[in-house]
Each structure stands twice: as structure tokens, then as C-alpha cells.
Design a protein around this ligand. Structure first.
Ligand code: FES
Length: 441
């Protein structure tokens, strides 16, 4: 329920708030669209905080936007390892710049008495949220490498679903907590834009570039004597801003093509009967899969033990996939003593399904980012992107009359009962059990 709220309800609430709230601020309260500059009150620390923060966040924003708008180009780029490492490094450095800049800005607000008078509690809320968001991003970048590779197929696929009004949170619901928190906090920050100083991102003083030059008459004699120098400076600044506007305009034209393609992408195409039939078939298939998934869920809710295989089917070198009580993929092997060995097949890195084939060193591999797991202990090999072992799944081995002859627990312990008879092992059946509330006879 909370997951549904965070990844479906919250996004739409945030989008509605930012569209309606920003429209209201821009049209009804246009003179409040600003971050209330405090440069006149304190400028030294502002420079050391504001510049790294704005540079860093601009780089991060572009780094998140490009793969979203140009997924194919991005995929082509990041498949080259040197480019991937360079992009990740630039993003990480930009994140560190943001953190340093924000820390300076927060300290400046706390310790400058003149600033305290113009600082609202909501300003601190914004600072803390932004700092938390950047820190979560840095932890994600460091712990779940490489986001440039896995995010387009997961997080961005989820975002496309939100924008197409067909949200699919399966892309993100099994992700690690840090990544989920990063996504959810992004929606919260988006929602706050119209109500906080963040609104200033929409105040672009374009008219400044085209208004008539203004003549400033100084009554101060020293300044009067320096007027031509000052006038030249103002003029050169105007040319600089015009240059920036020209470059931005060219970039805008360039991105028009991209936006047009994106428009087609989100709008979809006009379908003839054949295409519509194909689409319907796909939907039907998806609905059947959902129904099948729900029937598995129901079976697991109603039963304390579920048959998954005859013992004779299980092999030491190739696992058999099944669905565990948590509705995750899992693998069943036969160990050296001829007993079952059941492991979760959900990779502890980012949730991909681990392969079923055991290599010469007794390991199974997750193909997504190459994590090797020991098949006996579930522990990942050193150097894998994850350090968390695969879980053992609790099981019972039963004779044909239902007597329990052996069992395995979630901590990996395996034991046989007095009824176990190795000679009859080929007739035994393997059941997964609810780890709580089921006792071993
Ligand atoms: S999901 Fe990354 S290694 Fe498995």
C-alpha cells in the first residue's frame, strides 16, 4: 500500500501540484517568483556555496535528462567502458560539489545574523531535502554501480509509464531502499517547487537582454569619474548575455527535433486493425500473466507447504526455478548428500534473476552486473557488486505417505529425521514451507 502511494499516488500528486502551483505563481503572483536574493546581506560565503551548488546541480540535471530523452544515444555511449566511467565520475564529482555548496549555504544561513531575519523555516526544509536527495544519489552511485547502465531499463521505464498514464511500479518496487528513497524524495521535491524558493528556477530574466540601455547618474564624485569604465563594463556584460541567449536559442532549436520525436513517442501512432490486434494480444498475454501471478499468491496464502519438485528431478549442476513464499524467483538444487538445497534467485544487488547453471567452482552468476554466488552458502564472491548473500529457503522433504523425512531452514541448516531412508530417496517430494508457524515432525 505504501509502495503504491510512493510510486503511483505521489508522482501524480507532485505533477499536479507543480503544474497548477507554478501556473498560479507565474500568472497571479509573478513578482514572488524569485529566490529572494540575499547577496546584499552576505556575499562572501554565498559565492562559495551558490556557485558549486548551481554548477553541480546543472550537471546532475543534464545527466538525468539526457538518458530520459535520448535513451538510444545514451545506451550507445555507456556501452563503452571509458565513457561510462567518465560519465559516472563527472556525475559523482558534481554530486560532491552540490553537497559542499549546500553545506556552505546552510551554515551561512544559520550563522549570519542579517540572513536569519529573511530566512523562513521552509528554506531549511528545502535545504535539508536537497542535501538528503544528493546524498542518496551519491550512495546509489557508489553502492549500485553503474546507474547509467541499469537506470534506463528500470527507473526510466517506470517514469515513461507514469507519463503515459499507465504506471508500472514493478520496475522499482523490488529495488534497494536507498534507490526507492531517492525516487520518492524526487517526487516530494518536485511537489514543493511552487511553494518554496525552488520556484526561482522558472524566473529567467529574458527582457533584460532586449530592454533599452539605462543611464545611471551617480551623485558620488568618485563613481562619476569612473563612469566610462563602468559603462563599458555594463555594455560588455550585455553582449555576453546576448551571446548566451544566442547559444541557448541554437540549443533550443536543436532540441526541437528531440522534443518532436519525444512527442511522437508519448502520443503513440495511429493503428490499423492488424496492429491493434497485435497490441491486444500482447495485453491479453500480460493479463494472463497477472492472473497466473495472482493464483500463485493465493496458493501461497492458503497453504503452509507447497510442492515444488520430486527429489529425483533436482540436480547438483543445474537448478530448477520455482516461486518462493515471497513471490520471488528461487532455485532448487540437490546437494552432495542427495538432499535439496534451495536458494533465493533474486540477486541481492538490484534484484535480477540469478542464472541456474553452476560453474566449475560451484557458483551461480547474476548476468546483470556479474555477481557470483557460492551455491552452498549463497555468499557472493569477493569483487561482486553485492556483498549480501542469497537467502536459503525453508523446505520439507516428504515420503509418499506425507511423513517429513528431512528439512532445511532459512539459515541453511539441513537435517534428516528418523524416518529418512536413503534407499527410498528417489520417491521423496520437496515442499517449500512458510518459515514461521510450521513445525518439523
Ligand atoms: S542485479 Fe546487479 S549483479 Fe545482480
Amino acid at each position: 500500500m505504501i509502495i503504491q502511494f510512493l510510486f503511483i499516488g505521489l508522482p501524480y500528486a507532485a505533477i499536479a501540484a507543480v503544474v497548477i502551483g507554478t501556473y498560479y505563481r507565474l500568472t497571479r503572483k509573478e513578482y514572488t517568483v524569485s529566490s529572494l536574493s540575499s547577496q546584499f546581506l552576505e556575499s562572501t560565503f554565498l559565492k562559495w556555496g551558490s556557485v558549486p551548488w548551481h554548477l553541480g546541480i546543472l550537471v546532475i540535471f543534464i545527466g538525468h535528462l539526457v538518458p530520459f530523452l535520448l535513451p538510444d544515444l545514451w545506451a550507445d555511449l555507456v556501452k563503452h567502458r571509458p565513457i561510462l566511467i567518465a560519465l559516472e565520475a563527472v556525475g559523482f564529482v558534481a554530486g560532491v560539489m552540490c553537497v559542499l555548496g549546500l553545506v556552505v549555504l546552510i551554515i551561512r544561513r544559520i550563522f549570519t545574523s542579517t540572513l536569519q531575519l529573511v530566512t523562513k523555516p521552509l528554506d531549511f526544509v528545502v535545504y535539508v531535502l536537497l542535501l538528503s536527495q544528493i546524498l542518496l544519489g551519491l550512495v546509489t552511485a557508489y553502492s549500485y554501480r553503474y546507474g547509467s547502465v541499469w537506470a534506463p531499463g528500470t527507473v526510466y521505464a517506470y517514469l515513461y509509464g507514469i507519463l503515459r498514464l499507465s504506471p508500472d511500479m514493478t520496475y522499482v518496487q523490488d529495488m534497494p531502499f536507498v534507490i526507492q528513497a531517492h525516487i520518492a524524495l524526487a517526487w516530494v521535491i518536485l511537489m514543493l517547487i511552487p511553494f518554496t524558493r525552488l520556484i526561482h528556477m522558472f524566473s529567467i530574466p529574458l527582457e533584460y537582454l532586449f530592454r533599452l540601455p539605462q543611464k545611471v547618474v551617480w551623485t558620488n564624485e568618485v563613481r562619476w569619474n569612473r563612469r566610462s569604465e563602468r559603462a563599458q563594463y555594463m555594455e560588455s556584460r550585455r553582449y555576453f548575455f546576448r551571446g548566451v541567449a544566442g547559444v541557448t536559442g541554437a540549443a533550443g532549436l536543436l532540441s526541437f527535433g528531440v522534443l518532436e520525436k519525444s512527442g511522437h513517442y508519448f502520443q503513440g501512432q495511429t493503428l490499423d486493425d492488424a496492429k491493434e490486434a497485435t497490441l491486444l494480444e500482447k495485453r491479453l498475454k500480460r493479463m494472463k500473466l497477472t492472473a497466473e501471478e495472482k493464483s500463485y499468491e493465493l496458493e501461497r496464502l492458503k497453504n503452509d507447504a507447497i510442492f515444488i519438485a520430486d527429489l529425483k528431478e533436482l540436480q547438483p549442476a543445474t537448478g530448477k526455478y520455482f516461486i518462493d513464499y515471497e513471490m520471488r524467483p528461487a532455485l532448487a538444487f540437490r546437494d552432495a548428500k542427495g538432499l535439496p538445497n534451495l536458494l533465493s534467485a533474486k540477486c541481492t544487488h538490484l534484484g535480477c534473476t540469478v542464472g541456474k547453471d553452476v560453474d566449475g567452482q560451484g557458483r551461480i552468476v547474476c548476468p546483470c552486473h556479474v555477481s557470483y554466488f557460492d551455491i552452498g552458502t549463497g555468499v557472493p564472491q569477493a569483487g561482486s557488486p553485492t556483498e549480501i548473500p542469497l537467502e536459503h529457503i525453508a523446505w520439507h522433504l516428504r515420503a509418499t505417505d506425507g511423513t517429513i523425512v528431512a528439512h532445511g531452514t532459512p539459515d541453511g541448516t539441513v537435517a534428516t529425521t528418523a524416518a529418512y531412508d536413503a534407499a527410498k530417496s528417489e520417491t521423496y517430494k520437496v515442499f517449500i514451507i512458510k518459515s514461521k508457524g510450521v513445525t518439523v515432525a
